[in-house]
Ligand binder design. Sequence first.
Ligand code: ATP
Length: 251
Amino acid sequence: MAEPLLETSGLVKRFGGIVATDNVSLAVHPGEIHAVIGPNGAGKTTLIAQLSGELRSDSGSIRFAGEDITGLPVYDRSRRGLARSFQITSVFRAFTALENVALALQAHDGHSFRFWKDATSDPALIEPARRMLDQVGLGPRAGVAAAELAHGEQRQLEIAMALATGPRMLLLDEPMAGMGRDEAVRMTGFLRELKQSETILLIEHDMDVVFALADRITVLVYGRAIASGTPAEIRANPEVRQAYLGEDEHA
Ligand code: ATP
């Protein structure tokens, strides 16, 4: 198997007496969707924040594309191609989908001190922004204000903005959160297509989505990775069934 694109070793994060990430070692290989699942409070969001650089780890290491990135700030990780999907709070709601992606491109290119109107009329930004919207399936909605997009479309916009940084790997924290069934099905199809070009670490509560999309799954319980394997291996793992999936129909 190829070298992992992302690899953590013995990663730890404590909040006071709580060990939110407890000695987590996992490997994500190029081209795979690696899902991290676990009950509420298992430490999934903490782990993503450690990977993206928003949270500093207490110990352990993170390697990305063959380099140790453990101590690097968010910006340096993003420059190396590790991108966390933007949260809707960082989207300019009054601006169109196209303008938002152009702004994300501009920020990544290091031109964030130019006036925003440059970004929204600069063909060097608008044209790639349009391609990115096409890629996520939002092309026909390019001219719609972000605030007017449906919930699922806003999540697609967030991913388009993350793609604007030219990532080698995307960290997606619950991309289906708050979606209705139809939207979730559409997003699942979209992520399956995205997999052709991106390596993805996905946190998701919806087990239908996880088992439909993931190549590998890591199960966190109380901050510990109790199992990592293919969906079939995870389904068959007695410790996982007991600790997490229970009598769930997918278990
Ligand atoms: P959920 O599925 O509910 O989003 P999660 O698996 O993402 O949960 P985390 O949000 O990472 O879990 O939380 C892991 C543990 O760390 C929890 O016990 C939580 O209360 C604690 N925790 C997370 N962030 C902080 C913080 N900033 N300060 C103190 N404790 C925190």
